[in-house]
Design a binder for this molecule. Structure first.
Ligand SMILES: C[S@@+](CC[C@H](N)C(=O)[O-])C[C@H]1O[C@@H](n2cnc3c(N)ncnc32)[C@H](O)[C@@H]1O
Length: 448
């Protein structure tokens, strides 16, 4: 594919993502596979799409003074083409300005009329001549942080109310850092050392995690292309997600319910911690996602996972009362802890979503609770960092259920680094800047 076509493909993806027609990561993979992009083009294409979404607000701040009307009045494709081009010139060193400008004008000519390509050219040339504005000059600290780190103002305000301004600044800045490529070793098949040898043969340079014992970061190479991945020796997963199986603490022979399980990252990890012995019942409301759990379990050679389509809110009608030793509710959530991986979330999620999700989370918890044995453990986790979906859901649940208590042993089941982060023994909020991982909330409750 030529560079121009890569940029045009990026523009198409950005338009669809903005219109909420698809998630960026799915559309990105789809375009890469359909067009059989080379590794080099894949790199540029991915960078253009994620970078433009990630820095959208700052890019608009740079562009607005040079456009006569409000940016919202431009055709969407014209505004996105400008954002995409300015992203390349301001954030990427390796792309010469003249090449980026030339391609932008060619795309504008192809998609619009002469007036539009002239306008695009004019805006870009004026920016080049006059220089871009500096967000540091914005007086209001919330607006300044929102522009500097490209987050919606409502989110910066909300996090400031919940965690204070300095912590919010940390979160916003951490959200701009490229996510690491991390994975865990499938302990039922090999040791970390054995897997490192296999990876080396495939040109992957790996470093042990400082957070999770069975985890590592690939600093060079592509994990999904290795024999270790294809033959089920590793599973690609963020380290904070891996903490959840530790928090649950399942052991051989137990019966575990994973109420919201697809695509199966945690179900398979739990099955590994049980050494493949015992039962994991993995539910998901979406039929197409249940097959992903089966695929993962198959690849990792784990035979003790039973995946089925089910609304967790109805699970108590399908399983025997108090029949599970442990239950995981890795709830559907706003995903505000994984913005560095899925930057479109910061532009698509709203406060209404947070409220709606908190009510679903509470419903799921209430409905799976009767299935937990006396003395059993339930772990509630989310990949968000919003109190309304995390602490508040758990506090309300504990108030409403007389046999539910915070499980203070959670503390001892988590790695030392994480323990240091904990201010309470039965729950922990991990922020994206804490360990260079996704943001995650993990809490544990016991029955009896
Ligand atoms: C955070 S994701 C789970 C990720 C999974 N635990 C993993 O580690 O791979 C939440 C999942 O809950 C599913 N879900 C949403 N509402 C549900 C419900 N009422 N019952 C069961 N699953 C639900 C979604 O389809 C989604 O796959």
């Amino acid at each position: 594919m030529s560079k121009g076509n890569v940029r045009e493909a990026a523009l198409d993806v950005l338009l669809k993502v903005e219109k909420n027609q698809a998630y960026s990561h799915l559309l990105l993979n789809d375009t890469i596979n359909k067009n059989q992009l080379s590794p080099k083009d894949t790199g540029l294409f991915t960078e253009l799409v994620y970078g433009t979404i990630q820095h959208k607000k700052k890019l608009d701040f740079y562009i607005s003074p040079f456009v006569k009307k409000p940016l919202s009045k431009l055709d969407d494709w014209v505004r996105i083409l400008l954002e995409l081009t300015v992203y390349q010139t301001v954030f990427l060193d390796r792309i010469p300005e003249r090449a980026a400008f030339f391609e932008a004008v060619q795309i504008a000519k192809k998609r619009g009329h002469k007036g539009i390509s002239g306008m695009v050219n004019g805006v870009l040339r004026s920016m080049q001549r006059e220089g871009i504005p500096d967000p540091k000059e914005i007086k209001d600290p919330i607006v300044r942080l929102s522009v500097e780190t490209s987050h919606p103002e409502w989110l910066v305000e909300r996090w400031t109310d919940q965690y204070g301004f300095e912590k919010t600044k940390d979160i916003c800045e951490a959200n701009l850092i490229h996510p690491k490529q991390t994975a865990r070793v499938n302990g039922t098949k090999a040791t970390v050392e054995e897997v490192f040898k296999m990876l080396e043969e495939d040109g992957v340079e790996a470093e042990k995690s400082t957070v999770v014992p069975e985890a590592f970061t690939a600093v060079k190479g592509v994990l999904s292309k290795t024999r270790a991945f294809k033959e089920g020796y590793i599973a690609i997963q963020d380290e904070s997600s891996m903490l959840v199986a530790h928090a649950l603490g399942a052991v051989e022979g137990e019966r575990v319910l994973d109420a919201c399980a697809a695509p199966g990252g945690k179900s398979t990890h739990i099955a590994e911690t049980m050494n493949g012995k015992g039962e994991v019942e993995s539910l998901d409301i979406h039929k197409h996602k249940v097959s992903l759990i089966e695929e993962q379990a198959g690849r990792l050679d784990l035979n003790n996972i039973k995946a089925r389509v089910m609304d967790a809110r109805e699970a108590k009608d399908h399983f025997e009362h108090e029949s599970f030793d442990r239950i995981l509710v890795d709830a559907p959530c706003s995903g505000l802890g994984v913005i560095k991986r899925k930057p479109d979330l910061k532009w698509t999620k709203t406060q209404e979503d947070v409220k709606r999700l908190a009510s679903i989370q509470a419903d799921i918890l209430r409905n799976v609770w009767p299935l937990l044995k006396q003395g059993g453990t339930l772990v509630y986790s989310t990949c968000t960092i919003d109190r309304e979906e995390n602490d508040n859901v758990i506090e309300d649940f504990l108030k409403g259920e007389s046999y539910a208590n915070g499980d203070h042993n959670l503390y001892s089941r988590l790695p030392e680094n994480v323990q240091k982060q904990m201010t309470e023994k039965d729950k922990v909020q991990i922020f994206p800047g804490d360990f260079d991982t996704d943001g995650f909330f993990i809490s544990a409750i016991t029955k009896g």
